[in-house]
Each structure stands twice: as C-alpha cells, then as structure tokens.
Design a protein around this ligand. Structure first.
Ligand SMILES: Cc1ncc(COP(=O)(O)O)c(C=O)c1O
Length: 503
C-alpha cells in the first residue's frame, strides 16, 4: 500500500481527491496494521467501497432484525452514540428510559405489578443475552431449592423443542445445563407440549416455549403447556416453571392476537424475553428480559451499584455497551404507541399474505408457516427431484434477494424450506415482485432440468444408434453423461456450501 504521506503540501492538495484509489497503489494489508497513517478521506473511501459489496440490508429477507427507522430516531441514536450505558451516574436519564421500557413491556405482558411498584427486568444486547440471564435465574433458583432439600443439584436440565434457536444451545453448553429437546416430525415443526411435559423430571429447571419459532414463525401452545405442567407439578410436588422465548412474537401477539394467552396471565410463566431489534423495531443491539416478580430473580445474581445515590441493581453479562438502542426503543414505544405497532404488524401480515398467495399460485410449493404467528412465509418444494430450495435461494440472489434455505431440525431434517421474513420496510410491491421473481427462478430451473433430461435422452438415442455395431458408443455416452453429472454435482455442492443461516 502506498500512501502519499511524504508528498509536499501542494501535491497533497492534488492528492486529496475523494477517490481512495488515487492514494492506494498496492493491496491493503489484511493481517498486520499498516505502518503509516492514511488520510481520513482515503480510509473512508476504501472501506465504503468494500462495503458496497455487502448485501443490501433491506433486501435481506433472512433476518427479523430491523433495517429501517425514522430519521428523527436515527438522529437521537447518533446523538447518543458516545454514551456508555453503564455510566449510569453520568447518564441517569438514559437509565430512566431503560426502566420505562421495562415497565411498558412488563405491562404489555400482563405482569402482576401492584400500584406504585416497578417491573423487574433489564435491557440486554439481544434475546440471546436475555435468555442467558433468564436461564441463569432458573438454574440458581432450582439449585437453591435442591440444596435446601439436601438433594443433588449437579444435573440441571432444560426442556425445549428441537426447533429452538442456537442461543439455547449456547446457554446449555456455556452454563452446563443439559438440553432435552422434543423432536419434531414432518408437518409439525414446533414443540409438542404433551411430549415436553413427559420429558420434565425433578432436575428440570424450566420448560422453554417459543412464541414465534425461528424456523416457521409458528407460536407454540403455551397455554396448553401451562395446563399440562400444572397437572404434573401437582402430581409430583415439583414446581417446574415456564420461560417464554418471545424473541419475535413478543412484539406481535399483544397487538394483533390480544386474546392469545401466552404471557404472565399463565401462572407458570416466570420470565419472558423479547428482541427489541426485531419487531420492537429498533436497529440491531437491543433485547429485553422481564420477570413475573422480584421473587423469580435470585438476589445473589444481582449486583448493586449506588453511583446514583440510590440503589441501581444490575444483572447483565457484560459491562459497557451503547445507549443508542435503549433510547431508540423508548422512542418507538412512545412514538408508535399501541396503535402504531398494531398498524405496522397488521400491514406486515397483509404483505405476508400477498407473498404467500403469489407463492401458492406457482403450484410448486407447500406453505409450512401458519397464518397465526410471526409474519413470515416458510415454504417447501412439493417436488425436489429436479432441483432443491438451495438452488432457488441461489437463483434469487441474482435479483438481489437474500432468502435463506435450510433443513429442519431432528426428526424432520429431510424437509428443506425457504423462509421470507416480512418486516416493516418490506412493502406490498416488494412482496409482489418477490413472488414473480420466485416464479421466474422456478421456470428457469424447470427449463434447465428439462434441457438436462432432453440432453440425456438425446445422448441415449445417439448412443443407441451408434451402438448398433459400433463399440465407440459406450465411450461417447459416458463422456456426455459424466460431464452433465459433474456440472450438476459441483453446482449442488457449491449451492449447499453457501447455505444462508437463519437468525
Ligand atoms: C426464537 C428466537 N430466540 C432467540 C433468538 C436470538 O435473538 P437475538 O438475535 O435477539 O439474540 C432468535 C433470533 O432469531 C429467535 O428467533
């Protein structure tokens, strides 16, 4: 890399062009920090140019995470980008905004909060941190109880569906809790509450239900789980609780399915997490965990800081973090209000329906997502013998769409689906366009498949003709077929290696 640091002043003026290529004559170092500095314009331009090759976040339909916010909120976020959230002494207002968000969310989930009481909860970096904290609280509570009963407390487990997001596997591995997963089956892609309750034993610290499965958006039946588990608790004398992972559904159900009972209205639900950065409509980096009451959060997990002259309890995994997301969450809650969230979610559901109908019209897919759930469309090919969903995902890339394809977890791993998450910024016209692009990709793959088939049958007939008395036919047949097979195999391998993960 050559940077014009030694140029005389006049020459530097000429050099200070906006285009970094005028400064950089050699490849940029990738492994070691460069010896010399570079002009700020050059650094900006180089990085900005490289970032142009990233996907367009608005077209990234793999993610639930917010990719658009109002300019007024962007302004607030930029203004607080230099505030470390943990400096509560210096930024008491930011702390207060967090507490207001916790109260609003706990109220939305019907936490039994008495007059003059504040809710128990905390802002986190996302649902993953929220789940680690909720899991730790369950583990500690269970251990304390077992210790007090003089029983062993070294084999805690947690019961979930096999469809849980990877953060539950992380929790289990990092905090040494066995993960007992209820297997799925073809056509049923969420945790079966009856099977989950069967798996509960005296070492179960909680059953985790998902409000909005990552894979299909479907809501698990928390009410039934609560009923079955209440019965089991009565029979056994245990008091196994429920956690609801409402990462996506926590900002959906209260607004569009208010009668659905999944939250603190159910007595065994002791804690709930939600991602502020999903349907909470804030950019990446904020989540929430709320507890039913302070009895559910063991006091020895809470660190007390009294920088403010008043007691400031903290329960987080890390110390420093940004304040912008918390402020943005408060902005969204008061700017949109119940009415605003409701409008936005209803609109997402309508756009999901438009897309679903467009996909159904092709006649090639089975829809595996449900109408009640997170607004997304998950769909599987009716016939995967000629091409796979991975090839469709790859084909959509050329239009700029990022649509993940993945296989289901055990025992439905033979089912592969595509999933489109409908966010606020995915308009009806984009839904219509995507449906027509899916149709186009399918048609292209159809014609490619028939070219391969025609090619093979053409080779067959040529070979048959040649084979009449001509031994060279076998060689010709092998070569053509081998080439076709090789192309298809390596293409499939390429596509499979590029599977997009889901979050
Ligand atoms: C059900 C569920 N739980 C947890 C998570 C993790 O959430 P976060 O990205 O906010 O850490 C996700 C992410 O998609 C999810 O879908």
């Amino acid at each position: 890399m050559v940077i014009s640091t030694t140029y005389p002043a006049a020459e530097q003026q000429v050099q200070s062009s906006t285009f970094a290529s005028r400064y950089v004559r050699e490849p940029l170092p990738r492994f070691k920090m460069p010896k010399n500095s570079m002009p700020k314009e050059a650094a900006y331009q180089i990085i900005n140019d490289e970032l142009m090759l990233d996907g367009n976040p608005r077209l990234n339909l793999a993610s639930f995470v917010t990719t658009w916010m109002e300019p007024e909120c962007n302004k607030l976020m930029m203004a607080s980008i230099n505030k470390n959230y943990v400096d509560m002494d210096e930024y008491p207002v930011t702390t207060e905004l967090q507490n207001r968000c916790v109260n609003m969310i706990a109220n939305l989930y019907h936490a039994p909060i008495g007059d003059g009481e504040t809710a128990v909860g905390v802002g986190t970096v996302g649902s993953s941190e929220a789940i680690m904290l909720a899991g730790l609280a369950f583990k500690r509570k269970w251990q304390q109880k077992r210790k007090s009963q003089g029983k062993p407390y070294d084999k805690p487990n947690i019961v979930t569906g096999a469809n849980v997001q990877v953060c539950w596997e992380k929790f289990a591995r990092y905090f040494e809790v066995e993960l007992k997963e209820v297997k799925l089956k073809e056509g049923y892609y969420v945790m079966d509450p009856a099977k989950a309750v069967e798996m509960v034993d005296e070492n179960t610290i909680c059953v985790a239900a998902i409000l909005g499965s990552t894979l299909t958006g479907e809501f698990e039946n928390v009410k039934l789980l609560n009923e079955l588990l209440t019965n089991k608790n009565k029979e056994t004398g245990w008091d196994t609780p429920i956690h609801v992972d409402a990462a996506s559904g926590g900002f959906i159900a209260p607004f569009v399915y208010p009668d659905l009972e999944w939250d603190f209205r159910l007595p065994l639900v002791k804690s709930i997490n939600v991602s502020g950065h999903k349907y909470g409509l804030v950019y990446a980096g904020v989540g929430w965990v709320v507890w039913r009451s302070k009895e559910e959060l063991p006091e020895d997990l809470v660190f007390h800081i009294n920088y403010l002259g008043s007691d400031q309890p903290t329960f987080t995994l890390n110390f420093s973090k940004g304040s912008s997301q918390i402020i943005a969450q408060y902005y969204q809650l008061i700017r949109l209000g119940f009415e605003g969230y409701q409008n936005i979610i209803e609109n997402c559901i309508e756009n999901a329906t438009v897309l679903k109908e467009g996909i159904e019209k092709t006649g090639r897919f089975d829809i595996v997502s449900k109408d009640v759930g997170v607004p997304l469309v998950a769909f599987a090919l009716k016939d995967s013998s000629k091409y796979t969903v991975f090839q469709i995902s790859e084909g959509l890339r050329k239009f700029g769409w990022i649509v993940p394809a993945y296989t289901m977890p055990a025992d439905a791993q033979h089912i592969a689906v595509l999933r489109v998450v409908i966010r606020e910024d995915f308009s009806r016209s984009l839904a219509e366009r995507l449906a027509s692009h899916i149709e186009e990709v399918v048609k292209e793959l159809d014609s490619l498949a028939s070219v391969v088939a025609i090619g093979a049958s053409h080779v067959d007939s040529v070979v048959d003709a040649v084979q009449e008395g001509n031994k060279g036919g076998t060689a010709a047949r092998k070569t053509e077929r081998d080439i076709q097979a090789e192309v298809i195999t390596s293409w499939r391998r390429f596509v499979e290696n590029k599977r997009t993960g889901v979050c």
